[in-house]
Design a protein around this ligand. Structure first.
Ligand SMILES: [Zn+2]
Length: 417
Protein backbone atom coordinates (compact mmCIF):
# COMPACT_ATOMS: atom_id res chain seq x y z
CA UNK A 1 0.00 0.00 0.00
CA UNK A 2 1.33 3.40 -0.97
CA UNK A 3 1.37 5.89 1.87
CA UNK A 4 0.38 9.59 1.52
CA UNK A 5 3.92 10.60 2.28
CA UNK A 6 5.31 8.41 -0.53
CA UNK A 7 2.79 9.89 -3.02
CA UNK A 8 3.71 13.47 -2.10
CA UNK A 9 7.38 12.68 -2.35
CA UNK A 10 6.75 11.29 -5.84
CA UNK A 11 5.05 14.61 -6.77
CA UNK A 12 8.14 16.48 -5.73
CA UNK A 13 10.31 14.27 -7.97
CA UNK A 14 7.87 14.95 -10.85
CA UNK A 15 8.35 18.66 -10.29
CA UNK A 16 12.13 18.14 -10.52
CA UNK A 17 11.61 16.35 -13.83
CA UNK A 18 9.43 19.16 -15.23
CA UNK A 19 11.97 21.78 -14.18
CA UNK A 20 14.78 19.76 -15.74
CA UNK A 21 12.89 19.48 -19.05
CA UNK A 22 12.08 23.21 -19.06
CA UNK A 23 15.62 24.22 -18.33
CA UNK A 24 16.93 22.03 -21.16
CA UNK A 25 14.88 24.09 -23.58
CA UNK A 26 16.36 27.39 -22.47
CA UNK A 27 18.78 29.16 -24.79
CA UNK A 28 21.25 30.11 -22.11
CA UNK A 29 21.69 26.66 -20.62
CA UNK A 30 24.29 27.53 -18.01
CA UNK A 31 22.36 30.45 -16.58
CA UNK A 32 19.03 28.66 -16.52
CA UNK A 33 20.64 25.63 -14.89
CA UNK A 34 21.86 27.85 -12.11
CA UNK A 35 18.47 29.47 -11.71
CA UNK A 36 16.52 26.21 -11.86
CA UNK A 37 18.89 24.67 -9.32
CA UNK A 38 17.95 27.41 -6.88
CA UNK A 39 14.24 27.00 -7.62
CA UNK A 40 14.50 23.21 -7.37
CA UNK A 41 16.30 23.43 -4.05
CA UNK A 42 13.74 25.87 -2.71
CA UNK A 43 10.74 23.80 -3.91
CA UNK A 44 12.16 20.58 -2.54
CA UNK A 45 12.80 22.20 0.81
CA UNK A 46 9.33 23.66 0.86
CA UNK A 47 7.78 20.34 -0.13
CA UNK A 48 9.76 18.43 2.46
CA UNK A 49 8.78 20.90 5.11
CA UNK A 50 5.15 20.61 3.95
CA UNK A 51 5.30 16.83 4.25
CA UNK A 52 6.32 17.11 7.82
CA UNK A 53 4.02 19.98 8.68
CA UNK A 54 0.88 18.09 9.46
CA UNK A 55 -0.11 20.43 12.23
CA UNK A 56 -0.65 24.20 12.14
CA UNK A 57 2.34 25.04 14.30
CA UNK A 58 4.74 23.50 11.81
CA UNK A 59 2.89 25.19 8.93
CA UNK A 60 3.54 28.58 10.55
CA UNK A 61 7.22 27.71 10.81
CA UNK A 62 7.31 26.85 7.11
CA UNK A 63 5.75 30.23 6.22
CA UNK A 64 8.25 32.07 8.43
CA UNK A 65 11.22 30.32 6.83
CA UNK A 66 9.79 31.03 3.36
CA UNK A 67 9.37 34.74 4.12
CA UNK A 68 12.92 34.96 5.50
CA UNK A 69 14.33 33.31 2.39
CA UNK A 70 12.41 35.72 0.14
CA UNK A 71 13.67 38.74 2.16
CA UNK A 72 17.24 37.43 1.95
CA UNK A 73 16.90 36.90 -1.80
CA UNK A 74 15.50 40.42 -2.36
CA UNK A 75 18.33 41.87 -0.23
CA UNK A 76 20.94 40.12 -2.37
CA UNK A 77 19.25 41.41 -5.55
CA UNK A 78 19.30 44.97 -4.14
CA UNK A 79 23.02 44.76 -3.27
CA UNK A 80 23.79 43.44 -6.75
CA UNK A 81 21.84 46.30 -8.41
CA UNK A 82 23.68 48.91 -6.29
CA UNK A 83 27.08 47.39 -7.18
CA UNK A 84 26.18 47.51 -10.88
CA UNK A 85 25.12 51.15 -10.52
CA UNK A 86 28.40 52.00 -8.80
CA UNK A 87 30.40 50.27 -11.53
CA UNK A 88 28.54 52.25 -14.19
CA UNK A 89 29.48 55.46 -12.39
CA UNK A 90 33.19 54.82 -12.80
CA UNK A 91 33.02 53.76 -16.43
CA UNK A 92 34.83 55.99 -18.84
CA UNK A 93 38.22 56.06 -17.12
CA UNK A 94 40.94 54.65 -19.39
CA UNK A 95 42.68 51.39 -18.49
CA UNK A 96 46.47 51.62 -18.17
CA UNK A 97 46.98 50.08 -21.64
CA UNK A 98 44.59 52.67 -23.10
CA UNK A 99 46.62 55.47 -21.51
CA UNK A 100 49.81 54.04 -23.02
CA UNK A 101 48.10 53.78 -26.42
CA UNK A 102 46.67 57.31 -26.22
CA UNK A 103 50.10 58.69 -25.36
CA UNK A 104 51.57 56.78 -28.32
CA UNK A 105 48.94 58.23 -30.66
CA UNK A 106 49.61 61.77 -29.40
CA UNK A 107 53.32 61.22 -30.09
CA UNK A 108 52.65 59.83 -33.58
CA UNK A 109 50.29 62.65 -34.52
CA UNK A 110 52.51 65.43 -33.11
CA UNK A 111 56.02 64.09 -33.47
CA UNK A 112 57.36 67.66 -33.90
CA UNK A 113 56.25 68.49 -30.34
CA UNK A 114 56.06 65.23 -28.41
CA UNK A 115 58.50 62.50 -27.47
CA UNK A 116 57.82 59.60 -25.10
CA UNK A 117 60.49 57.92 -23.04
CA UNK A 118 60.41 55.03 -20.60
CA UNK A 119 62.24 56.38 -17.55
CA UNK A 120 62.13 53.13 -15.59
CA UNK A 121 59.94 50.23 -14.52
CA UNK A 122 57.50 49.50 -11.74
CA UNK A 123 57.85 46.62 -9.27
CA UNK A 124 55.96 44.35 -11.68
CA UNK A 125 58.00 45.56 -14.64
CA UNK A 126 55.55 47.95 -16.27
CA UNK A 127 57.16 50.90 -18.04
CA UNK A 128 56.86 54.27 -16.33
CA UNK A 129 56.69 56.84 -19.08
CA UNK A 130 57.63 60.47 -19.30
CA UNK A 131 56.10 62.48 -22.12
CA UNK A 132 58.14 65.48 -23.18
CA UNK A 133 56.24 68.27 -24.94
CA UNK A 134 58.16 71.20 -26.31
CA UNK A 135 57.70 73.69 -29.15
CA UNK A 136 61.50 73.87 -29.51
CA UNK A 137 62.96 70.42 -28.79
CA UNK A 138 66.47 71.71 -29.60
CA UNK A 139 66.38 74.34 -26.82
CA UNK A 140 64.19 72.95 -24.08
CA UNK A 141 63.99 75.94 -21.70
CA UNK A 142 62.84 75.61 -18.09
CA UNK A 143 61.29 72.23 -17.32
CA UNK A 144 57.74 71.94 -16.02
CA UNK A 145 57.30 68.47 -14.52
CA UNK A 146 53.81 67.11 -13.92
CA UNK A 147 53.48 63.83 -12.03
CA UNK A 148 50.14 62.00 -12.04
CA UNK A 149 48.86 58.82 -10.45
CA UNK A 150 51.29 58.42 -7.55
CA UNK A 151 48.22 57.24 -5.61
CA UNK A 152 46.57 54.51 -7.65
CA UNK A 153 42.95 55.07 -6.71
CA UNK A 154 42.94 58.74 -7.70
CA UNK A 155 41.90 58.01 -11.26
CA UNK A 156 41.16 61.60 -12.21
CA UNK A 157 44.89 62.34 -11.82
CA UNK A 158 46.16 60.28 -14.82
CA UNK A 159 43.11 61.53 -16.71
CA UNK A 160 44.30 65.08 -15.98
CA UNK A 161 47.75 64.28 -17.36
CA UNK A 162 46.09 63.02 -20.57
CA UNK A 163 43.98 66.18 -20.63
CA UNK A 164 47.17 68.28 -20.28
CA UNK A 165 48.87 66.41 -23.13
CA UNK A 166 45.90 66.90 -25.44
CA UNK A 167 45.60 70.53 -24.32
CA UNK A 168 49.31 71.16 -24.93
CA UNK A 169 49.42 69.85 -28.50
CA UNK A 170 46.36 71.96 -29.22
CA UNK A 171 47.43 75.17 -27.42
CA UNK A 172 51.22 75.28 -27.89
CA UNK A 173 51.22 76.62 -31.49
CA UNK A 174 49.11 79.64 -30.50
CA UNK A 175 50.39 80.35 -26.96
CA UNK A 176 53.84 81.87 -27.24
CA UNK A 177 54.45 81.92 -23.48
CA UNK A 178 53.97 78.16 -23.19
CA UNK A 179 56.52 77.75 -26.01
CA UNK A 180 59.22 79.02 -23.64
CA UNK A 181 59.13 75.91 -21.45
CA UNK A 182 59.24 72.15 -21.87
CA UNK A 183 56.58 70.05 -20.21
CA UNK A 184 57.67 66.68 -18.80
CA UNK A 185 54.54 64.70 -18.02
CA UNK A 186 54.44 61.38 -16.11
CA UNK A 187 50.87 60.14 -16.74
CA UNK A 188 50.92 57.09 -14.41
CA UNK A 189 53.57 56.96 -11.69
CA UNK A 190 52.10 53.86 -9.99
CA UNK A 191 50.97 51.66 -12.92
CA UNK A 192 50.83 48.27 -11.11
CA UNK A 193 48.19 49.37 -8.63
CA UNK A 194 46.31 51.40 -11.23
CA UNK A 195 45.88 48.10 -13.12
CA UNK A 196 45.03 46.25 -9.88
CA UNK A 197 42.37 48.84 -9.03
CA UNK A 198 40.63 48.36 -12.34
CA UNK A 199 40.42 44.58 -12.00
CA UNK A 200 38.50 42.21 -9.76
CA UNK A 201 36.29 43.34 -6.94
CA UNK A 202 34.83 46.82 -6.63
CA UNK A 203 36.81 47.14 -3.40
CA UNK A 204 40.09 46.91 -5.36
CA UNK A 205 39.40 50.38 -6.70
CA UNK A 206 40.37 51.81 -3.33
CA UNK A 207 43.99 50.61 -3.63
CA UNK A 208 46.26 53.58 -2.90
CA UNK A 209 49.74 52.14 -2.36
CA UNK A 210 51.99 50.17 -4.73
CA UNK A 211 52.04 46.36 -5.08
CA UNK A 212 54.98 45.74 -2.71
CA UNK A 213 54.58 43.17 0.07
CA UNK A 214 54.47 45.09 3.33
CA UNK A 215 53.37 42.00 5.28
CA UNK A 216 49.68 42.86 5.20
CA UNK A 217 47.39 39.92 4.42
CA UNK A 218 44.75 42.20 2.86
CA UNK A 219 45.83 42.89 -0.77
CA UNK A 220 43.96 46.20 -0.73
CA UNK A 221 46.11 47.49 2.14
CA UNK A 222 49.34 45.67 1.34
CA UNK A 223 52.07 47.84 -0.19
CA UNK A 224 53.98 51.08 0.29
CA UNK A 225 52.54 54.57 0.00
CA UNK A 226 54.82 56.03 -2.68
CA UNK A 227 54.10 59.54 -1.46
CA UNK A 228 55.57 58.64 1.96
CA UNK A 229 58.66 56.87 0.56
CA UNK A 230 60.82 59.98 -0.01
CA UNK A 231 63.48 60.93 2.54
CA UNK A 232 62.43 64.36 3.85
CA UNK A 233 60.53 63.78 7.10
CA UNK A 234 60.45 60.02 6.43
CA UNK A 235 58.17 58.16 8.88
CA UNK A 236 56.84 61.38 10.32
CA UNK A 237 53.29 60.73 9.20
CA UNK A 238 50.98 60.83 12.20
CA UNK A 239 48.28 59.22 10.12
CA UNK A 240 50.49 56.14 9.70
CA UNK A 241 51.04 55.83 13.41
CA UNK A 242 47.31 55.89 14.03
CA UNK A 243 46.86 52.91 11.71
CA UNK A 244 49.60 50.79 13.26
CA UNK A 245 48.90 47.83 15.54
CA UNK A 246 51.05 46.50 18.43
CA UNK A 247 53.01 43.33 17.71
CA UNK A 248 52.07 40.79 20.36
CA UNK A 249 54.76 40.12 22.94
CA UNK A 250 56.98 43.02 21.78
CA UNK A 251 57.07 46.80 21.97
CA UNK A 252 57.05 47.04 18.18
CA UNK A 253 54.29 48.35 15.99
CA UNK A 254 53.17 46.79 12.73
CA UNK A 255 52.31 49.44 10.13
CA UNK A 256 52.29 47.37 6.92
CA UNK A 257 48.51 47.62 6.56
CA UNK A 258 48.43 51.39 7.01
CA UNK A 259 47.38 53.25 3.88
CA UNK A 260 50.20 55.71 4.55
CA UNK A 261 52.94 53.17 5.32
CA UNK A 262 56.14 54.66 3.91
CA UNK A 263 58.21 51.49 3.50
CA UNK A 264 61.34 50.20 5.27
CA UNK A 265 63.49 53.08 4.13
CA UNK A 266 63.37 56.07 1.76
CA UNK A 267 63.45 55.10 -1.92
CA UNK A 268 62.87 51.42 -1.07
CA UNK A 269 60.41 51.25 -3.98
CA UNK A 270 61.28 51.01 -7.70
CA UNK A 271 58.64 53.62 -8.57
CA UNK A 272 60.11 56.29 -6.27
CA UNK A 273 63.65 55.49 -7.44
CA UNK A 274 62.50 56.02 -11.05
CA UNK A 275 61.18 59.47 -10.13
CA UNK A 276 64.29 60.27 -8.05
CA UNK A 277 66.60 59.47 -10.97
CA UNK A 278 64.51 61.20 -13.64
CA UNK A 279 64.04 64.38 -11.58
CA UNK A 280 67.71 64.44 -10.55
CA UNK A 281 68.88 64.03 -14.16
CA UNK A 282 66.56 66.72 -15.48
CA UNK A 283 65.72 68.99 -12.53
CA UNK A 284 62.41 70.81 -12.72
CA UNK A 285 62.03 74.56 -12.72
CA UNK A 286 58.42 73.93 -11.68
CA UNK A 287 56.84 70.67 -10.51
CA UNK A 288 53.19 69.82 -10.01
CA UNK A 289 52.14 66.66 -8.15
CA UNK A 290 48.53 65.83 -9.05
CA UNK A 291 46.11 64.15 -6.65
CA UNK A 292 42.37 64.00 -5.89
CA UNK A 293 39.99 64.99 -4.32
CA UNK A 294 40.78 67.50 -1.59
CA UNK A 295 40.21 70.53 -3.81
CA UNK A 296 43.37 72.58 -3.15
CA UNK A 297 46.43 74.16 -4.77
CA UNK A 298 49.23 73.83 -2.25
CA UNK A 299 52.89 74.56 -1.69
CA UNK A 300 55.60 72.95 0.45
CA UNK A 301 56.63 72.27 3.10
CA UNK A 302 54.44 69.30 3.92
CA UNK A 303 56.50 67.98 6.83
CA UNK A 304 56.99 71.26 8.73
CA UNK A 305 55.62 74.78 8.88
CA UNK A 306 57.36 77.25 6.59
CA UNK A 307 59.90 79.66 7.97
CA UNK A 308 59.11 83.36 8.01
CA UNK A 309 59.30 84.87 4.50
CA UNK A 310 60.35 81.53 2.99
CA UNK A 311 59.72 81.97 -0.73
CA UNK A 312 56.51 83.88 -0.17
CA UNK A 313 56.35 85.15 -3.79
CA UNK A 314 56.67 81.77 -5.47
CA UNK A 315 54.29 80.23 -2.98
CA UNK A 316 51.61 82.87 -3.23
CA UNK A 317 49.21 81.07 -5.55
CA UNK A 318 45.95 82.57 -4.39
CA UNK A 319 45.71 84.28 -7.79
CA UNK A 320 45.15 80.81 -9.30
CA UNK A 321 42.26 79.91 -7.00
CA UNK A 322 40.76 83.43 -7.38
CA UNK A 323 40.94 83.03 -11.16
CA UNK A 324 39.17 79.64 -10.97
CA UNK A 325 36.49 81.04 -8.67
CA UNK A 326 35.76 84.05 -10.89
CA UNK A 327 36.01 82.40 -14.29
CA UNK A 328 34.76 78.88 -13.66
CA UNK A 329 32.84 79.17 -10.41
CA UNK A 330 35.07 76.42 -9.01
CA UNK A 331 36.14 76.64 -5.39
CA UNK A 332 39.67 75.54 -4.41
CA UNK A 333 41.60 76.08 -1.19
CA UNK A 334 45.17 77.35 -1.44
CA UNK A 335 48.17 77.64 0.83
CA UNK A 336 50.97 75.80 2.51
CA UNK A 337 50.21 72.07 2.58
CA UNK A 338 50.95 71.56 6.29
CA UNK A 339 48.36 74.19 7.19
CA UNK A 340 45.73 73.31 4.57
CA UNK A 341 45.86 69.65 5.73
CA UNK A 342 45.92 70.60 9.44
CA UNK A 343 48.82 68.22 10.00
CA UNK A 344 52.40 67.62 8.94
CA UNK A 345 53.17 64.64 6.74
CA UNK A 346 56.62 63.26 6.00
CA UNK A 347 58.15 61.36 3.09
CA UNK A 348 56.33 63.22 0.32
CA UNK A 349 57.72 63.73 -3.16
CA UNK A 350 57.25 67.49 -3.11
CA UNK A 351 59.24 68.00 0.10
CA UNK A 352 62.13 66.05 -1.39
CA UNK A 353 61.93 68.06 -4.64
CA UNK A 354 61.88 71.31 -2.68
CA UNK A 355 64.34 70.55 0.13
CA UNK A 356 66.87 68.32 -1.66
CA UNK A 357 66.62 69.31 -5.32
CA UNK A 358 66.13 72.93 -4.32
CA UNK A 359 63.09 73.48 -6.55
CA UNK A 360 61.15 76.35 -5.02
CA UNK A 361 58.30 76.18 -7.50
CA UNK A 362 56.96 72.87 -6.26
CA UNK A 363 53.21 72.54 -6.00
CA UNK A 364 50.52 70.00 -5.15
CA UNK A 365 47.20 70.05 -6.93
CA UNK A 366 44.38 68.17 -5.24
CA UNK A 367 41.63 68.20 -7.86
CA UNK A 368 38.11 68.80 -6.61
CA UNK A 369 35.85 65.78 -6.36
CA UNK A 370 33.09 65.51 -8.93
CA UNK A 371 31.22 63.15 -6.61
CA UNK A 372 27.68 64.42 -6.17
CA UNK A 373 26.69 62.04 -3.38
CA UNK A 374 28.23 63.46 -0.26
CA UNK A 375 31.88 63.70 0.60
CA UNK A 376 32.88 60.49 2.30
CA UNK A 377 36.62 60.25 1.67
CA UNK A 378 36.51 56.45 1.96
CA UNK A 379 33.95 56.06 -0.78
CA UNK A 380 34.86 54.98 -4.31
CA UNK A 381 32.96 57.98 -5.68
CA UNK A 382 35.23 60.40 -3.78
CA UNK A 383 38.20 59.32 -5.91
CA UNK A 384 36.48 57.93 -8.98
CA UNK A 385 33.60 60.27 -9.63
CA UNK A 386 31.94 59.95 -13.06
CA UNK A 387 34.55 60.41 -15.78
CA UNK A 388 32.17 62.60 -17.73
CA UNK A 389 32.06 65.08 -14.83
CA UNK A 390 35.86 64.92 -14.61
CA UNK A 391 36.24 65.69 -18.32
CA UNK A 392 33.61 68.41 -18.45
CA UNK A 393 33.69 70.13 -15.06
CA UNK A 394 36.91 69.32 -13.20
CA UNK A 395 39.80 69.06 -15.68
CA UNK A 396 39.27 72.08 -18.00
CA UNK A 397 39.37 74.64 -15.14
CA UNK A 398 42.38 72.87 -13.59
CA UNK A 399 44.25 73.04 -16.91
CA UNK A 400 43.40 76.73 -17.28
CA UNK A 401 44.68 77.29 -13.71
CA UNK A 402 47.92 75.45 -14.43
CA UNK A 403 48.57 77.47 -17.59
CA UNK A 404 48.00 80.68 -15.63
CA UNK A 405 50.42 79.51 -12.91
CA UNK A 406 53.14 78.64 -15.46
CA UNK A 407 52.78 81.95 -17.32
CA UNK A 408 52.79 84.06 -14.15
CA UNK A 409 55.76 82.13 -12.72
CA UNK A 410 57.64 82.65 -16.01
CA UNK A 411 57.02 86.39 -15.79
CA UNK A 412 58.32 86.46 -12.22
CA UNK A 413 61.37 84.22 -12.71
CA UNK A 414 62.51 84.81 -16.32
CA UNK A 415 61.90 88.40 -17.30
CA UNK A 416 64.42 87.99 -20.15
CA UNK A 417 62.71 84.99 -21.77
ZN1 LIG B 1 46.86 61.34 -3.34
Amino acid sequence: MTSVTELETADVFDMWEILNTESDNEENLQESENKSWCVKWFLSMWAQLSLKSQDKGKAKWVVTVTVLIVILFLGLVLISVRETEKRKEVEGYPAWEEIVNQVKRIEENHSELVSVQTIGRSLEGKPIQRVSVSAKPESKGPLVWIVCGLHAREWASPLFCLHILNGLVQDLPSESELQKVTFQVVPVANPDSYVFGMSGDLENRLKRKNMADSGCSDPLHNGVDLNRNFPVGFNLSLRSLRDCTPVRGTRDLFCGCSNTYGGRQPFSEPETRVLRDALTNEPPWLLLDVHTSFGAWMTPPVSRPSRHSEHKDAWNIKFVTDFLEHNFDVSYKSGETSSVYWEMVGGTMVDWVYEELGVVRTYILELISGCKEGDDADDVCWFQFPAEIAREEVLPPAWAGLKLLVKEALRQDFKHL
